[in-house]
Every structure is written in C-alpha cells, then in structure tokens.
Ligand binder design. Structure first.
Ligand code: S3P
Length: 745
C-alpha cells in the first residue's frame, strides 16, 4: 500500500543523495510529485529523462511559490552551500512546508540556520543525515534502493515542531530506512570518528602513494587490501572539503587521537614490541567483526543469540566409535580469568570455543587484556597482573552464562573502576543476590534489580574486607565468586560449603601459584597475593560427555569411547548415578592433566533400573540431570530425585521444562518442589515422537536429541540455538556417532 507522506517533494541538489530519495519516494508512492532543483540545466534535463524527478528547475525561487502545506523540501547540497539555500527559503517559503537536509555535519547546518533566521532555528527545519552515501556521486549514481535498511540520523532541536519531525521520520521509513534520533554535537563527534577520519586517512594515503616516484608500480601491485581500504578516496572532493571545514573541531580531535595511536604503533614496530602489536590487532579485529555495535558505544561484542534453531531428531540410530568432545566450560572460564590477572603469558589448550566462554574472553578484551586466538582451542593470554585491568568501554555482555557473570562479579568488586554486567533474556531472570549478598558483606558496592537479578552494577574503588562465609546453597559459582573477591580483600577469606561442589577454581588458583588452605568443607585464601602465568590443558567436559554416556547406555548395540574426559571427583555424580542404575561405563587410563584427573571412558548399551538418587550426588551431577532424566525414562521402574531445587534456577527451570517435554513424549512424571519422580518404561521404544520446547536451555535441547534413539517417531526440539554456548559441534558429533540429528534454522 503506497503511503502518502508529502504532497510534493522538492529535492534541492540532484546528486546521489537527493536523486536517490526522489527515486525511492516516487517508487513507494510516498508523494504526489517530485520537483528537482539544480543550477546545472543539463543535470536537470538528465534527471527528468531518467525519471528521477517529474520536473526540474535551475532556481529554487521558481519552485517555492508552488508549494503548499504538507510538502517537503529536502536540501541535498554540499555542506557549505546550505546557507545560501536557507537564504532563498527565508525569502519565500510558504507556511506548513517541512524542510530537512542530508548534510554530513549538523552543527554547521544549525549555525547557518541561526544566522539566516536571526538566531532562532525555525520550527519547520528538521536537520538530518542519511548514513548511506558511497564513493559514487552525481545523478547518474542515484539508486532507488540506496536507503533500504540504512540508518538515518535526525538531530531535531528544541524548537523543531513535532509535526514536521514526524513527517520527515515517516518519509525515511517509507523508503525503507531506520530512523535514529541524536543530539547535534553527539552526531558530529560520532561521524568525525566513524566517517570523516576514515576519509581523511584514505585521501591522505592515496595522495601519499600517488606522489611517490614509484607510484606506477605501487598502483600496479596494490591488490585487495589497498582497494578496500581506499575506496572512499574516490568520493566527491568538494563535498569532503566542505565536511572537513564544517566539522573542524571534532575532526581535529579524532585526528589527534589517531595520530597518537599511529605513533605508538610506529614505536612498537621499531622496537619489535610484539605484545603491543598483538594487543592493537586482536582488539581491532574483534571490534571490526562487530563494528555495528561500536556505533552505539557498547562493549566490543554482544553475543545476542537471536537465531531460531530447531533440532529434528529422527528415531533410531546408534552410538559408536571414538569421540573427542569439546573442552570443559567451567575450567575454560576460569583459565581465562586467572590468566588475565597473572603476571606473564598463559597458554591454554583445549579451550571450549562455545559462546559462554567467548563471552568471558571478550569481557577481558574489553578490559584491556591481550588474548591471542582462539585457534583450534588454543589461546595465549598476556596477563596484566592483579591491578592491570582497565575500565570496559560499556556494559559487559555475558550472554547466557551464569558462571561468567557470577565469577566476574567477584573479580570486579575489587577493581578500581565501575562496571555493569548484563546478559540475555534467560540470564536476566537468574538470581544474582546469592553473589551480591556476600560481596556486600565484604564491602563491595553492588546493585541488582529489585528482585535480585541482573544487571549487576558494580561500583569500583572499594577496599574489600575478608569474610568467613557459610554458603546457604551448594554452589560452586558462589564459592568461586567469593574466592575471587577474596584475592582483593584484606585478610583471610573463608568459605564453608554445605556439600562439595566443583573445585576447579581452587585447583587452578594453586596451578597459578596462589596459596590456598583447604580443611574439609572449608577453603580459605589470603588477599593481596599474585598469580604466576602457567600452561593449562583443559580436559573434555564431563557435562558434554554425559549426553553421549546416556546415549550409548540407552541405544541397543551401542559401544563408544570418549577420550580425555575430566573426571574431577566433584563432577562424577552422573557416572555414579548411572552405574547405580546398571549402566556399563568403564573408566581407564586415569592420569593427571594440568591439576585435573582425566580418563578415557567406554560406554556400552545396558538395561537400566530406576533408583532413588542419593542426595549427596546432586551437587556432583548438577548439570547432568536433564540427560539423566532421559536415562530414567528408559529404565525399568521408578526414579526419584529429591534435594535438587537448584535445578529450578538454571538456564531455565529444568525440572518443569523436562517434565513437560517428557510428558509430551509419553513419559509419566510427578513434579516436586525439589525434584521429580519419573516412571521408566524399560525396554523398546519408550518415547513417542512429538514436539518439545527446550526454552533456550542447551542441556534440555541435547537431552531430547538423545531421547530419539529410543523414540517411535521424530522428535522436534524447539529453542536449540543455545547449544552453541557449551557444545558448538554437538549435531556434527552426534551424527558422526550414528544418531539421526539435524538442525533447522
Ligand atoms: C558451574 C557451577 C554450577 C553449574 C554451572 C557451572 C561453575 O552452577 O551448574 O553450569 O562453573 O562453577 P552452581 O554453582 O550455581 O550450581
């Protein structure tokens, strides 16, 4: 449906910007008539011939008497020519006509308007800037789709009338653009940095090379890099001269900043300072990969998972062969954190390259730490020492990762700068008062929302004091958070846990040479020490292995070897539980790797029986319950889980969401506040087919994929994008093992 936004559109200046708006608005039926104004008679004729405008005149004064309320004048002339257009408008613009412009600098447009209209910018003027130019110019370059999906920045003033602003917004939306509103000075500073400075550099570089005696050779051999980098040096010189003069102060500020950076790079190259070079290049690469986010001045990366992914798990299949699964998520997070704070260079192998861990990696890059990689699971962290982190450029986005947010909260509580931690929709619902509470007792200033959830706003510059803390729940994340804050506290921080939870933080701290006292359920640390860089080999994540252990256990004829799996005693609950149910799991080749026990695991199909799961195993299998529930459905008899209320505050309410999915697949369950009762079906195809919802929880998605091994029909699993947080190649490895799994996006 054409949407009429103006009776007439008058375009003053028939170049790329003006001509493209004329074409687009006509094509969308957004105005009754388009009139062009352009001093060059030949361009006027060309514009009419090409159908860019309905008519064109060489003088604005000839057009103005024709205009009526509801018409729009779009001024698209070079920045410094705007004042003379305004002078003509002042003489004979009829009331009710809206005026807007497309100049790259807004301060000078406002100054010109003030000068012409006696100090007050008229209410019909809506300064604007389409961010859609290119190095091409002139009426012949005009394109109907130039503005589609591009941003238009409007910088209305206090005097601008709402009706005129809305008309301009409507016009840009009608041609498919997105409208942003910004103050004039902010616009000019942002554009100086993101557009004007790059043009200065491109013009300057090409000019430098063109002057070089060898220039013919230089241009002959200059390939992709030169071409990409200097494309904008083909832009219209007059237009760019005007922009430089009009936005002088902001551009000078950007040039000075860049000059300092360039001379530091020069010094680094001269001194072969590889760390400085890697720092600049890795930060720049991350920033370039996500440059759209930088415009809004947020941290370099936002791993916002907006994709919709559905798993299609066809019934049957088997589980066979030797598999090397991804690295441990908990250890990967901690290796980055401690490596960043260590003195010296830490090398990590086997890092999990899942989105949760990448969020942690980016957080430290945002805080000035140079991290090379990841490349095939290897990163090199150039530690900055305990006091070396820098304030991040904006809120730190932790994606889906509770571990990253809670552990970082502890670290950040002891820094000299302020920081805000935010997360995705799931993380934003998760309890953070469990870390905010003890941190406040230590003297941290930390805010959550009114219900104790993210964002976490941490005020730096507090001297933390040690506490003796009894954990109200069995949580390794809370324990680790307090331990990390304890590094910055005065005195000895002690933590006592109600049940043993994963102890990777403690093991890694010791690996980094930080002394720690352990006494039964109590662990203590003295603040003020330092960490020594080391090498870390991350074992395979037993929580990821659990899906294949359950898969092989329930699939008739299955026989699989899982190599190099971490078997920390605080993580072996799932193996104990499955063995108690009758699973055939053999651990061999036990060894120590980087302070963690590692084994190879062989799993063969076995008949299972339901059990009452011992409560002391719950913290040791906390992440594996979704997979264990699938095993329980394939067992003979009833499986009862109690003491597991923590499952309700994971990436989703894992008790309820699993119960809903199991019911959909024909399994009877009884949900309890702190657990679940599952009626196992024993032999044969225990699951029907159907559609289940994993509520964006990676472990739920993977568990239902495993269930298909014993299903009658296809299982469609919705909300699987977050599998990438912990197990990015799950679909591929499941397929390699013999499962019939595919992913639809
Ligand atoms: C983790 C601890 C556990 C676990 C999570 C990772 C860790 O959470 O569920 O996936 O790395 O410390 P809680 O400590 O909250 O139980």
């Amino acid at each position: 449906m054409p949407q009429l936004v103006a009776g007439r559109l008058v375009v003053v200046g028939l170049g790329l910007i003006g001509g493209s708006l004329a074409l687009a608005l006509k094509a969308k039926g957004g105005c009754g008539e388009v009139i062009g104004v352009e001093p060059c008679q030949q361009t006027c004729e060309q514009a009419v011939e090409r159908g860019v405008v309905d008519s064109a005149m060489t003088e604005l004064e000839m057009v103005l008497p024709l205009l009526e309320p509801g018409d729009i004048v779009f001024v698209a002339v070079p920045t410094l020519a705007i004042a003379s257009v305004f002078a003509s408008l002042k003489k004979s613009l009829p009331a009710g006509v809206t005026v807007t412009d497309g100049a790259s600098v807004k301060g000078s447009v406002v100054t010109a308007a003030q000068k012409i209209w006696g100090g007050v910018v008229p209410d019909f003027l809506v300064p604007g800037h389409p961010i859609a130019g290119s190095e091409q110019s002139g009426i012949t370059a005009a394109r109907e789709d130039l503005y589609t999906a591009h941003s238009i920045i409007l910088t209305p003033l206090e005097t601008t009338a709402a009706a005129h602003r809305l008309r301009v917004e409507k016009m840009w939306r009608a041609v498919g653009a997105e409208v942003l509103i910004m103050p004039v000075t902010e616009h000019d500073e942002v554009l100086a940095a993101t557009s004007h400075l790059p043009h200065v550099i491109a013009f300057g570089l090409v000019d430098t090379l063109a002057h070089d005696a060898e220039n013919e050779n230089i241009f002959r051999y200059a390939a992709g890099g030169f071409r990409d980098f200097t494309r904008i040096a083909s832009s219209d010189p007059l237009m760019w001269r005007d922009i430089m003069l009009a936005n002088r102060d902001a551009i000078l500020k950007s040039i000075d900043l860049y000059t300092t950076n360039l001379s530091q790079l020069r010094t680094a190259i001269a001194a072969a300072d590889s760390q400085h070079l890697m720092g600049v290049f890795t930060r720049a690469k991350a920033a370039r990969d996500h440059f759209a986010k930088m415009l809004t001045k947020r941290a370099y990366t936002e791993l916002m998972n907006t994709k919709e992914i559905t798993f299609i798990a066809r019934p049957g299949g088997s589980v066979k062969g030797n598999l090397r699964l991804p690295g441990d998520k908990s250890i990967s997070h901690r290796a980055i954190m401690l490596g960043a704070l260590a003195e010296g260079t830490t090398e990590v192998q086997g890092l999990l390259e899942g989105e949760d861990v990448l969020a942690t990696l980016q957080a430290f890059r945002d805080m000035g730490v140079v991290i090379e990689g990841p490349l095939a699971g290897r990163i090199v962290i150039h530690g900055v020492g305990m006091q070396g982190l820098q304030a991040p450029p904006g809120p730190i986005y932790m994606g889906n990762s509770g571990t990253a947010m809670r552990l970082l909260a502890g670290l950040l509580a002891g820094q000299s700068f302020n920081a805000t931690l935010i997360g995705d929709a799931s993380l934003s619902q998760r309890p953070m008062d469990r870390v905010a509470e003890p941190l406040r007792q230590m003297g941290a200033k930390i805010q959550t929302d009114t219900q104790g959830r993210p964002p976490l706003i941490i005020e730096g510059g507090q001297q933390l004091q040690a506490i003796d803390y009894r954990l109200p729940m069995a949580s390794a994340q809370v324990k680790s958070c307090v331990l990390l804050a304890g590094l910055y506290a005065q005195g000895i921080t002690s933590i006592t846990e109600p049940a043993a939870t994963r102890d990777h933080t403690e093991r890694l701290l010791q690996g980094f040479g930080y002394p720690l006292m352990r006494n039964g359920a109590r662990v203590s640390i003295t603040g003020g020490g330092s960490l020594r860089a080391c090498s870390i080999e991350v074992p395979v994540d037993i929580s990821s292995a659990a899906f294949f252990i359950v898969a092989a256990t329930i699939a008739p004829g299955a026989d699989v070897w899982l190599e190099h799996v971490g078997i920390n005693p605080t993580r072996e609950g799932a193996i104990n539980i499955l063995q108690a149910m009758g699973a055939d799991i053999v651990l061999s080749n036990r060894r120590q790797v980087g302070g963690e026990p590692v084994v190879d695991i062989r799993v063969r199909h076995a008949r299972l029986k339901g059990i009452q799961i011992p409560e002391d195993q719950v913290p040791l299998a906390i992440d594996e319950f979704p997979a264990l529930f699938i095993a329980a459905a394939c067992a003979t008899g009833t499986t009862v889980l109690t003491g597991a209320q923590e499952l309700r505050v994971k990436e989703c309410d894992r008790i309820q969401v699993m119960a809903d999915g199991l019911q959909e697949l024909g399994i009877k369950t009884e949900v309890r506040t702190d657990g679940i009762v599952i009626q196992g079906k024993g032999e044969g195809k225990v699951f029907t087919g159907g559609q289940v919802e994993s509520c964006g929880d990676h472990r739920i998605s993977m568990s239902f994929a495993v269930a298909a091994l014993r299903a009658e029909d296809e299982i469609r699993i919705l909300g699987c994008a977050n599998v990438a947080t912990s197990f990015p190649n799950f679909v591929e490895l499941a397929g390699r093992a013999g499962m019939y799994l595919s992913s639809l996006s």
